[in-house]
Design a protein around this ligand. Structure first.
Ligand SMILES: Cc1ncc(COP(=O)(O)O)c(C=O)c1O
Length: 386
């Protein structure tokens, strides 16, 4: 048995969190991407130790944190990054938005792979940039011709435009293979398009897979890439608003630092403490979490097939998110509304992830097994009665 407890459901309703307060009290929330697991003990201890000091002034990332991040990148992905390339920030969403500001000019295009995490979908419009969709195939694979076609239209504003990659991919759970990443990166280089890579789910890969940062493919790719990573998803500390960007090219880094100045160049002091503790002491908990999530995923695959008539899902290779295709089920017309009304389960509506999301919902399986079983039982009953 694991020495970590992932089976107890903490009561989060009075904790001020979004997940458990959005819907009525009888609704089981399985939507926003944080997990219903207690934060690992060493992280809570580090935060408590910091709070034992009575002053909470402005924090600044200490050299030890950047060294810790660089060591993590080297150990986990075999990626050697100089510490000066690491830029701590208050969040991946601000990070990729400001990376667009650094790499694009008004009128340029930003290529996104739909269906995709809604803030990625919305980011281009925040900067008066054109969103160019390059949908994944029905098997959630990269359609290279479509991608090349979109990239070719990206540079019309004059700066070259950007490819806003999400790897591992939310909501499909794809962890792109090396060949896919190489093909995507080559297409960007050929089109003169910058790469902004949201890799927030990079430490949640299943079946022994190893994450490949796109910038680690070659110096040439790294020179055009802004990568964003965080301990937020993996260690369930997203509310602490801390992440880091990696920009190895000095000129691109200077542009990025200008873009974040005055907007997102400060990090919450507790977020810095928690991030360092996660990387320094959180590995045993992460390994146990991965085993638990993978078992949840495997159970879910079987349960969807056996108990949710007409619903299908692909096997997520990473993340704690399942992308449920309800188009052949009784919930097809509006799956999110159907399951909310008839099952009292709160899911993310597929259309929020772009046009290919019509008829889909996203379900968060980062919860105790009993909670997951409850959610699927509710959904199964609703479909059975439809
Ligand atoms: C792909 C992706 N990027 C970014 C975020 C959020 O990042 P942050 O909280 O650091 O802004 C999420 C959260 O669900 C996510 O799934």
């Amino acid at each position: 048995m694991s020495r970590f407890d992932f089976d107890t459901l903490p009561d989060r309703r009075a904790s001020g969190c979004n997940k458990w307060t959005r819907f009525d009290a009888d609704v089981l929330p399985m939507w926003v991407a944080d997990m219903d697991f207690a934060v690992a003990e060493p992280i809570r201890a580090a935060i408590a130790a910091r709070l034992a000091h009575p002053v909470l002034g402005y924090g600044v990332p200490q050299a030890g944190l950047k060294a810790r991040i660089a060591a993590w990148l080297a150990a986990q992905y075999g990626w050697q990054v100089p510490v000066e390339a690491i830029v701590p920030m208050p969040g991946v969403v601000p990070g990729f938005n400001l990376a667009l500001r650094a790499t694009c000019a008004r009128g340029d295009g930003v290529v996104v792979q739909t269906p995709v995490y809604p803030p990625i979908l919305k980011a281009p419009a925040n900067w008066d940039l054109r969103r160019l969709d390059a949908p994944l195939t029905p098997r959630d694979e990269v359609d290279l011709d479509t991608l090349r076609g979109a990239l070719a239209q990206a540079g019309q504003g004059g700066r070259g435009g950007a490819f806003l990659l999400c790897n591992p991919h939310n909501p499909t759970g794809r962890a792109f293979r090396r060949e896919e990443l190489e093909a995507m990166a080559q297409a960007c280089l050929a089109a003169g398009v910058a790469i902004v890579s949201d890799e927030i789910h990079c430490d949640l890969l299943f079946d022994g897979r190893r994450h490949i940062p796109v910038a680690s493919l070659s110096e040439e790719v790294a020179a055009r890439t802004i990568t964003l990573m965080s301990a937020g998803k993996t260690w369930n500390i997203a509310g602490l608003n801390a992440c880091w960007a990696i920009v190895t090219d000095a000129a691109l880094r200077a542009r990025f630092q200008r873009a974040i100045a005055g907007v997102a160049d400060h990090v919450n002091i507790l977020g810095l403490v928690a991030t360092e503790a996660a990387l320094a002491e959180g590995e045993p908990w992460r390994q146990a979490l991965l085993a638990y999530l993978q078992a949840n995923r495997d159970w879910l695959l079987g349960a969807v097939e056996a108990r949710l008539p007409g619903v299908r899902m692909h096997c997520p290779e990473a993340t704690f998110l399942a992308w449920l295709d309800c188009r052949r089920s009784a919930a097809a017309a509006d799956p999110q509304g159907f399951f909310l009304e008839h099952a009292r389960v709160g899911l993310n509506p597929g259309p929020d992830f772009g046009p290919p999301g019509v008829g889909f919902v996203r379900l968060n399986f980062g919860c105790p097994r009993a909670t997951l079983e409850d959610g699927i039982a509710r959904m199964g009953r609703a479909l059975g009665q439809a």
